[in-house]
Design a protein around this ligand. Sequence first.
Ligand SMILES: Nc1nc2c(ncn2[C@@H]2O[C@H](COP(=O)(O)OP(=O)(O)O)[C@@H](O)[C@H]2O)c(=O)[nH]1
Ligand SMILES: [Mg+2]
Length: 448
Amino acid sequence: MDDTICAISTAQGIGAISIIRVSGADAISKVAPLFDGHNLLKVPSHTIHYGHIVKDKEIIDEVLVTVMRSPKTYTTEDIVEINTHGGIAPTKKVLEVLLTTGIRLAEPGEFTKRAFLNGRLDLAESEAVQNLINSKTDLERKLALNQISGKVSNKINKIRDIISTLLANIEVNIDYPEYEDELLITLDNIPPRLNEIKEELNNLLDEAQVGKLIENGIKVAIVGKPNVGKSSLLNTLLKEDKAIVTDIAGTTRDIIEGEIELKGIRFKFLDTAGIHETQDTIEKIGVDKSLATLNEADLIIHVLNNNEELTPEDLDLMTKIKDKTHITFINKNDLPSKINVDEPNMVCGNTLSLDGIKALTNKIIELFNLEAISNSNLEIVSSARIINLIKEALKSIDNALDNVTKNIPVDMLAIDIKRAWDLLGEITGEAYQDELLDVLFSKFCLGK
Ligand SMILES: Nc1nc2c(ncn2[C@@H]2O[C@H](COP(=O)(O)OP(=O)(O)O)[C@@H](O)[C@H]2O)c(=O)[nH]1
Ligand SMILES: [Mg+2]
């Protein structure tokens, strides 16, 4: 980590400005000789300077250079940022010139990795930097920002503190068995304390469900028998003509997808082939795919035709989705009603005058509690890595509780409790394996 690294930090392509970032002990001394302008070795920290990058008397580009001295920088090291003209050739050339000075090209995420290794960000905070960059919705942005600013780490650290107090009390028992007072941990009084930890961990996992919804979005399958208006509904929801609509049953064969955002959550709608018995080989593959989609979806919209009596196919599908989160949309209410149904989450409407479409999206908002989610503080765990570690920690606490029932001595319980403490420490990077860092940071953008 002693060497000095550089990378293009802006997106590569045509743009007004590109930024090349240089970090490391030699950042300023290596860039200064290439810069025709103020002497960068002498300028105050956190100042920006106009000039040219010059190599062998040739002007490479007209630039602005920012000098930021350690330790108040992204990596905590000396950082120089060169604002070049955007576009591929100028940026590449400046980078090439930098590389001739012995500065090394950074690996993806290496600047953030240095911020972590130098103690400026913990692991949970570092991990969220890329989530913020990847965020597509406002809620994803807020979620990532809260994690970067340590709100998730604080919650984890609070639970770790509870665990370490318990471990310290157990330690007192072991070291001073004669020391008898209310701090004495026994098989009788340890379960409530373990249950308290368990509850805290479970709370994190409950909240994480919301985090997962925000990060992964919600998959909605639009299903029903042929010709009820599934593709029309997809097009209506997406406000574009994505799926082919005809009055010929069996038009949709493959799954057509489209995304919209409701209250900051991404919904991926999947229009499927009408589910019915068919002899057509291709259509049959489509029907099988539709049935498979039923299992993957977080929500099912079952479309029925208002102008038709329920058929055995409708009833069959109703049974299939009975125990899944679903909405029944009675389409074609512009035509006379011939249907007779009474389903829990039922919305009537049509895709011609758009009657009922607002009611349908409102129903979705209500079912997933989106109003509450978008108004919540979003200080929650969402990363799969962190969720897994919390689950593992929970297992260790459960193990300890199990051992209480087997009358295992308290000092033996400490092993599982300590393991939970260690696992939670991996979340913030108190303990980590080098391979983990490699995997985590390799997913980062170059130059971040
Ligand atoms: N009257 C009426 N016709 C509709 C409505 N929605 C769709 N249709 C018609 O029903 C037929 C089948 O629609 P489509 O979306 O392809 O159904 P899918 O097979 O379920 O995907 C087409 O002729 C559509 O124009 C509606 O709300 N009212
Ligand atoms: Mg269709």
